[in-house]
Design a binder for this molecule. Structure first.
Ligand SMILES: *Cc1c(COP(=O)(O)O)cnc(C)c1O
Length: 727
């Protein structure tokens, strides 16, 4: 691969090939595999390369390598200490990626060669690849990383969005502006898939009445490969090139086309790469058209429609994430006809039979529902927490009217987070030292975490204080940049967090500004809130962050209201709003605040995962017992905001929940935080931190989650599928 390719999209890799000294040539492999992001020694290696670039690029090794001065590389190529670290990191990476002795291969040696394909509209691996909007994407990213760690034969399928989700800016009135900086592919760890003649590999897909071309990109996440489709290619008409420009943008018609690309195009992509998955996992209903394409393939190969359905069901797993009926995608019949009128004849189906695959008269009328389609053609369906499993069985009971609700075939696998990615660096070291040198390998074993009790209180407290200070320095850094680059007026600085007191209690609230998440709950009784903020001896502070969907005006209004409180002089800088919530900001917040607040309107939070990240960093959850927290809270590892009543009127419910929240803060959270011994250590608080780490770490790790998917879904599905194939 030495010839020079003139396509602009190769620039990054080609430039690196010229720039890297031969002795350091494999820095490219390392930078182009997100493996580096959850292995400390390789993070340290890039830090060593150039500490300033590490910070200014927001930890993007590809940009670091492109921007680091040539002299620095030439110097390091002769620096024995750097070379020692470099060799060690690469040896580690090769050992992890090439070795075949991972958990999956050891446990299921006869299944290890059968591929599992995972379809998702978003993937959140790292901030530098902005193809996620929030929790769903971060889950896909964590899933891909954990699949690599466990050695699952796993490939992801998704989109390369040229403009990603948006970057958030607040104007002088606190109104959210959406900015869409175009992605510069040559500065990100992705590579185009190439054909033998070194042109970019593309596929052609028939959509509606025209042909669409999709280029394929490849991302390496440890052993996992993720293939991303991109419609921004010359062969497509200008308006078609926009089809994969943004996440969740555009109207219904844009959306149905995107979902055709994802579901049907995704199958074509895998075929063109000669990848033949035996298991197909739909992460949310966006990609459900995939089951139709696979039906079509089977029918074209000579199976009857019933046999085809049986095959598809046996090999498909569907994870639903949405606990409210309105949150499920449904397309009007007119649009379905426009895009599928040549499709149903290929399945030997009538229009009515075809449309009934996705319609549900009692719920949706004349619309084709993607969740219904997925439920009907997946042999295995799950919600993402115990409570969400129940809610989903209730919501879809009408599809199985003959069964009691408890027997509706929807189970649950509670979400988990990829612990190595979300743990603060110093806690990593602490766990390695006091829990086990290979805690990452045994992270889902509850027994090893009992050792957290032996960590001296002041050691854990110091580690937390260090992470808290790091968060403060990031907040101040951003405020300084904004002051200079955007000439932010002084009153806005009040909201930036520079007046926060690092020694006082900090409560974090960072999530999407959907109204059901009730970011405004703490503002329901302003006087009571002000008493807490301005308590002379025991002040409370808040850090908010989060984006509202660009089309969600109520969400944007709520955000504006909170921002206006934050910059209100009467608040005195005790409330901060950090703009542009993404994985980078999230990382510092979940590690650095003292308390993680979550106030969804029950039962609308399917799972939630940010609280898991927080807990494993010793940050205590203060949350409505919804989603994961309903099964995690044991009364000693955080607090449950439970008013003990249920009202039909949301207003009354909000009042009751806010009352319960204030009481908890006044009577428990604040006193415990400020109750210090002569060494200024809050012993009672640290005891709760330990309990949170011990109970949440193993149970809410992506490792536990992926082992459950494997045992309860992938493996049974594989056995069934192989049996149907007569293997
Ligand atoms: C973890 C994470 C989420 C998910 O958080 P919730 O608990 O579901 O609100 C969303 N966005 C980012 C950037 C995250 O890191």
């Amino acid at each position: 691969m030495n010839e020079y390719n003139t396509d602009l999209r190769f620039q990054g890799t080609e430039m690196l090939k010229e720039k890297l000294p031969p002795r350091l040539a494999r820095l490219e492999d390392l930078a182009y595999n997100f493996w580096w992001s959850w292995h400390r020694a390789s993070r340290d290696l890039f830090k060593q390369l150039d500490r300033t670039l590490w910070t200014t690029t927001h930890h993007n090794p590809v940009r670091i390598l492109l921007e680091v001065p040539q002299e620095r590389l030439d110097y390091l190529a002769k620096d024995p200490i750097f070379l020692r670290d470099y060799d060690a990191v690469l040896m580690d990476m090769d050992k992890d990626i090439l070795n075949n002795g991972h958990w999956y291969a050891r446990t299921y040696p006869d299944l290890k060669s059968h591929t599992i394909a995972y379809f998702s509209a978003e993937f959140g691996m790292h901030t530098s690849l902005p193809i996620y909007s929030g929790g769903l994407g971060v889950l896909s990213g964590d899933t891909s990383k954990e699949a690599s760690d466990l050695g699952l034969p796993f490939v992801g399928v998704g989109f390369l969005y040229q403009q990603g989700y948006f970057r958030q800016r607040l104007d002088h009135s606190g109104w959210q502006e959406a900015i869409y900086p175009p992605l510069n592919e040559s500065e990100v760890a992705l590579r185009p898939v190439l054909c033998d003649d070194r042109t970019c590999s593309t596929i052609c897909l028939h959509v509606g009445d025209r042909d669409l071309y999709l280029q394929i990109w490849e991302v390496h996440v440890g052993r996992t490969r993720i293939y991303l489709m991109d419609a921004d290619v010359e062969q497509n008409a200008p308006w078609d090139r926009e089809l994969t420009a943004r996440l969740y943008g555009g109207d219904q018609e844009m959306r149905i086309q995107q979902e055709i690309l994802l579901g049907i195009g995704g199958v074509h992509i895998l075929r063109s790469l000669n990848i033949d998955p035996q298991i197909w996992h739909l992460n949310e209903g966006h990609s459900a058209f995939m089951v139709l394409e696979r039906l079509r393939e089977y029918v074209a190969a000579g199976l009857s429609l019933d046999e085809a359905k049986q095959r598809v069901r046996a090999s498909t797993i569907f994870t639903t994430h949405t606990p409210v009926p309105a949150g499920h995608d449904a397309f009007p019949f007119g649009l379905m006809e426009k895009y599928f009128n040549t499709f149903w004849p290929q399945l030997d189906m009538s229009r009515e039979d075809f449309l009934s695959l996705g319609s549900h008269p009692t719920y949706y009328g004349e619309a084709f529902n993607m969740t219904k389609l997925a439920l009907l053609l997946s042999g295995y369906t799950n919600g993402v927490s115990m409570l969400h499993g129940e809610v989903s069985r209730k919501m879809w009971h009408s599809l199985w009217p003959e069964l009691p609700e408890t027997d509706v075939p929807i189970g649950h696998v509670t979400n988990g987070v990829h612990l190595p990615s979300w743990t603060g660096d110093n806690l990593h070291r602490l766990y390695r030292h006091s829990i086990s040198p290979d805690w990452m390998e045994n992270q889902d074993d509850p027994l090893i975490w009992a050792r957290i009790e032996d960590v001296p209180d002041e050691v854990l407290w110091d580690a937390h204080t260090h992470l808290k200070r790091k968060m403060f320095s990031i907040i101040r850094e951003r405020a300084r940049d904004d002051r200079i680059s955007r000439a932010m007026p002084p009153e806005q600085l009040l909201a930036s967090g520079i007046f926060l007191d690092p020694d006082a209690l900090v409560i974090g609230f960072a999530r999407r500004f959907a109204t059901y998440k009730r970011a405004g709950l703490i503002f329901r009784d302003i006087e009571r809130l002000f008493r807490l903020l301005h308590d002379r001896y025991r002040p409370v502070q808040f850090v908010f962050a989060g984006k509202a969907h660009p089309a969600d005006d109520p969400g944007k209004l709520l955000l504006q209201e909170i921002y206006n409180w934050a910059r209100n002089p009467a608040v005195g800088g005790r409330i901060a709003f950090v703009e542009d919530y993404d994985m980078h900001v999230s990382r510092y917040l979940v590690q650095g605040v003292d308390v993680w607040l979550n106030t969804p309107r029950k039962p609308m939070e399917a799972s939630g995962t940010s609280g898991m990240k927080a807990a494993f960093n010793g940050v205590l959850n203060l949350s409505i017992p919804d989603g994961w927290w309903a099964e995690a809270c044991n009364g000693r590892n955080g607090w449950m905001i439970d008013a003990g009543v249920f009202y039909d009127d949301p207003n009354q419910q909000d009042d009751a929940d806010a009352g319960a929240l204030y009481r908890l803060l006044e009577e428990q959270v604040i006193p415990l935080f400020y109750q210090r011994d002569q060494d200024n250590v809050p012993r009672g608080w640290v005891a709760m931190m330990k309990e949170a780490i011990r109970t949440v770490g193993p149970q809410f790790s992506a490792r536990r989650m992926m082992k459950e998917y494997t045992r309860h879904y992938y493996v049974p599905a594989l056995h069934e599928t192989l049996k149907l194939q007569g293997k």
